[in-house]
Design a protein around this ligand. Structure first.
Ligand SMILES: N[C@@H](CCC(=O)N[C@@H](CS)C(=O)NCC(=O)O)C(=O)O
Length: 292
């Protein structure tokens, strides 16, 4: 990094030591970096993930399906440590060529089906179990519209605002301005929608809410991107807060956000989930009691 203004070369070159927080894992090439198979458990669904906002979408859905009595939705959740490059193993790349969590292997049928992209995972499970996705008419159109809205806008919040405000090695006013404006615009879109409807698709809780909640509850909870809550004046979005609190009180949401979590209070971390009893028996405070 230098102080002289950057003049792009004729052809961009990969500078491995760019000082960025993710320099060790970011690459301009797709594909596996090493051979390693993924573990497989006993349940019909194998989830390979981490409790980032994109990862939590899938575990919210599994826990809601199980809470609603869909016993066929039992799942093993394996942790993928993206900071250490687990997403570039040959096994992971085989189920997600895009090397991002979450990725799912549906082993409930005659042959395993891979599903990647959190929105596709939500739709796959919703259609399989006939749950949390209205079957037709206005509610289905609203649900899919808000789901796609979330999938399309998340990178502006995370990769745009979060990256340039909290993670980039230098503070670039132009980039922070651009993505702060867009993040606030998206908050305003959501706040206005939630001022006219209880949930994104209307009266019912759907996969559209499950996609959006992990992102906005992280922002509204004040824990995301340093002091972004104050910087973006997020307290003004009262409808988002109302909706975040309501979903956050659901027992399935409380469980879903714990799965594949590897930071925060030890009792909030269930790094791998293989059984419903794991929430009681296998959180980090139980596996590694303080002082032992
Ligand atoms: N559009 C994807 C985005 C997934 C995504 O960006 N995952 C991040 C964590 S939140 C990841 O795996 N990053 C690892 C990397 O970029 O190497 C989805 O919604 O599933």
């Amino acid at each position: 990094m230098t102080d002289t203004p950057y003049v792009p070369p004729k052809v961009w070159q990969w500078n491995k030591e760019n000082g960025g927080r993710f320099a060790a894992i970011n690459r301009p090439i797709a594909g596996a970096t090493h051979d390693k198979e993924l573990p497989v458990g006993k349940h019909p669904f194998q989830l390979y993930s981490l409790a980032t906002p994109n990862g939590v979408k899938a575990t919210l859905m599994f826990e809601e399906l199980l809470a609603a009595g869909h016993t066929g939705a039992e799942y093993d959740a394996w942790i993928i440590n993206i900071g250490e490059g687990d997403q570039f193993s040959s096994g992971f790349v085989a189920i997600n060529p895009n090397s991002k969590i979450p990725a799912l292997l549906d082993r409930s049928g005659p042959e395993p089906i891979r599903v990647f992209e959190s929105g596709a995972i939500l739709m796959h499970l919703a259609e399989k179990f006939g749950a949390f996705l209205p079957t037709g008419g206005k509610a289905r159109a609203e649900c899919l519209s808000w789901l796609m809205w979330q999938m399309g806008s998340a990178p502006f919040i995370g990769g745009g605002f979060g990256h340039f405000y909290a993670y980039a090695p230098i503070k670039i006013e132009y980039a922070i301005d651009r993505y702060s404006m867009e993040t606030k615009r998206l908050c305003s879109v959501l706040d206005q929608r939630l001022g006219e409807a209880r949930y994104l698709a209307g009266d019912d809780y759907t996969i559209a809410d499950m996609a959006a909640w992990p992102w906005f509850s992280a922002l509204m909870g004040g824990g995301a991107y340093e002091d972004a809550y104050d910087f973006l004046a997020l307290a003004e979005y009262t409808q988002i807060k109302r909706w975040c609190d309501e979903i956050g009180a659901r027992p399935a949401a409380k469980r879903g956000r714990m799965v594949n979590r590897a930071q925060g209070k030890p009792e909030s971390q269930l790094r791998e989930r293989h059984d419903a009893s794991d929430f009681e028996l296998r959180t980090q405070d139980k596996l590694e009691p303080a002082g032992e």
